[in-house]
Each structure stands twice: as C-alpha cells, then as structure tokens.
Design a protein around this ligand. Structure first.
Ligand code: HEC
Length: 112
C-alpha cells in the first residue's frame, strides 16, 4: 500500500497515521556501513540496481531524478532514508532486504 493510500485510509478510519511510515522494515542505520573490502561500484552494481528498481519512476517523472551516478550521489542520504532504512521505496513494489543491504553498502561507501 502506498503511503498516500495509507494516510487517506488512516484519516478515514481513524487509524494512527504513524503506522504509515514503515520505518522498521529496512535495516537499521547502524548497519549502513562501508566494509573496507567492498567492491560495489556504479558500473558493477549501482547503475543496474537503480535501473531495475527505481528508474521506472525516477528517470523523468518523480523527483529526485536518479538517472546518473552524480544524481544518485547527490541524493545518497534521501535514498538511504527511503529505500535502505525504510521500505517506502520502491513505491508499490517489494525489494529484498539483501538488496537494501547492498544498496546501503554502496551508498555508505560514497556510491563510487
Ligand atoms: C512506482 C514508482 C516508484 C519507484 C519504482 C520508486 N519510486 Fe521513489 N518516489 C516515487 C514517488 C511517487 C515519490 C514522491 C512521493 C513520495 O514521497 O511518496 C518518490 C519519492 C522518492 C524519494 C524522495 C522522498 C522524500 O520525501 O524526500 C526518494 C529518495 C526516492 N523516491 C527514492 C527511490 C529509490 C532509491 C527507488 C528505487 C530503489 C525508488 N524511489 C523507486 C515513486 C517511485
């Protein structure tokens, strides 16, 4: 369920809107670390990852645009917040926790 749908439902049904944030389902912020031996980079990981999971919406339609390495780097904090620590993104799709962990590793290393 999207956050908007959840917020609308919670308004109509009187549920706690706080239940819409999904903040607990990703990995914890302490787990978003760059291991010294990390080999993930844009060419072997990031570009394909973003293309598969994000660009159907974030190539042109939705902000932030994530279609280049520079754009991803500039939005690292927001991406970690939305797709690694929480599961708000990708909107309306599942993404495995192991994928979120790898995304967090790459971003924590500076999205090289
Ligand atoms: C099906 C469409 C869709 C997909 C796929 C998608 N997003 Fe989004 N994204 C949105 C929409 C719509 C918004 C703006 C509304 C919102 O915040 O809910 C958004 C907002 C965002 C924001 C800004 C949120 C804020 O409040 O600052 C970030 C960061 C983000 N997405 C990251 C990602 C990442 C990373 C992926 C891939 C792992 C992704 N999104 C996949 C639709 C999508």
């Amino acid at each position: 369920m999207s956050r908007i749908t959840c917020l609308v439902l919670s308004l109509c049904l009187g549920l706690a809107a706080g239940a819409c944030t999904d903040d607990s389902s990703g990995i914890t912020s302490e787990e978003v670390v760059c291991p010294p031996a990390s080999t993930l980079n844009y060419n072997n990981f990031g570009q394909a990852f973003v293309t598969t999971h994000c660009l159907s919406c974030h190539a042109a339609k939705e902000r932030p645009l994530l279609g280049s390495q520079a754009a991803v780097t500039a939005n690292r904090a927001a991406i970690i917040r939305e797709a690694v620590i929480s599961t708000r993104m990708p909107e309306d799709a599942d993404m495995a926790i192991e994928d979120r962990r790898q995304l967090g590793e790459w971003l924590a290393c500076g999205a090289p």
